[in-house]
Design a protein around this ligand. Structure first.
Ligand code: SAH
Length: 266
């Protein structure tokens, strides 16, 4: 990918140039495909892991579309500068609002109507399965990957950008967070996972963590598989799994357990 840093991925490209090609030129099926646009200083980092396995296959099949928008192209002057020193002093550099604004305006021209604009940021709302489900229902998303000390606040205020965090830790840039958000969302799109039922039973889908899983061999290092799972009694298996889900959630995530119980009562 590194020799073609600004190309789109999937079956059809929209080049992220200063004048994006009209969506009128895009085949009907892909006009309707879920569309991710990613503003980044590292377009060559995409699709990254998303180009593999089920998300990669779905990208090839046009079930979703990924367009990196290289921030550098919108930089200032001969060196295409994108950052400057923080007002008020201090360490690091801040991404300029005018440069980011130009990239956002170009992204907006080819964004699907109703696709939210999200800045990956440690100050954001923590990303959840519920947010992934919501995004998967929408026509797509435009993501902004920060670098250095992050974005000038004015660009966040001006475009009313939603901030979303991957968790309470600091990454060097938004690209890994963007790929995590996209992975969690794209796997929920229709037809991406072979077995749709697997998203209905997994962790968080009903507010609980998943029960333990086992496979062959039947005995390993002296450890067997819980008998109920080999009983063939589907009612009993479902009961066991439910009980284990509840037990694990209660022990590991009191916050989820409390919310789950409140929902049952409410
Ligand atoms: N100075 C900022 C951190 C900047 S880290 C602060 O203290 O809040 C550089 C970039 O990495 C951020 O702009 C953001 O896009 C990304 N990033 C870092 N941690 C992240 C996290 N937990 N979730 C999502 N994005 C993150």
């Amino acid at each position: 990918m590194s020799d073609t840093p600004s190309r789109s991925h999937g079956r059809k490209s929209i080049r992220p140039t200063l004048k994006p090609r009209s969506l009128m030129d895009t085949p009907e099926e892909l006009v309707n495909a879920w569309q991710a646009q990613v503003i980044t200083l590292f377009p060559e980092a995409f699709p990254g892991i998303l180009g593999h396995s089920l998300t990669g296959k779905a990208l090839q099949e046009g079930k979703w579309q990924l367009t990196p928008i290289p921030l550098r192209e919108f930089g200032e002057g001969k060196h295409r500068n994108v950052d400057d020193t923080p007002a008020g002093g201090g360490a690091g550099m801040v991404l300029r609002p005018d440069v980011m604004g130009r990239a956002i305006d170009v992204a907006a021209q080819s964004a699907r109507p109703g696709a939210p604009l999200i800045y990956l940021s440690p100050r954001g709302r923590p990303f959840t399965q519920e947010m992934a489900q919501d995004l998967a229902q929408r026509p797509g998303v435009t993501l902004i990957c920060g670098r250095f000390e992050g974005l000038d606040q004015r660009v966040i205020d001006h475009y009313q950008i939603a901030e979303v965090s991957l968790g309470d830790f600091v990454l060097t840039g938004g690209e890994i967070a963007a790929q995590a958000l996209l992975d969690a969302t794209v796997r929920l799109l229709p037809g991406v996972l072979g077995n749709a039922a697997s998203t209905e039973e997994e962790s968080f889908s009903d507010g609980l963590l998943e029960h333990p899983q086992y496979t062959r061999p039947a005995e390993w290092e002296g450890r067997g598989i819980p008998e109920v799972l080999t009983s063939g009694n589907h009612g009993k298996i479902a009961d066991w799994r439910r009980a284990m889900s509840e037990e694990i959630t209660k022990a590991r995530r009191p916050d989820l357990w409390e919310a789950y119980q409140a929902r049952l009562k409410g």
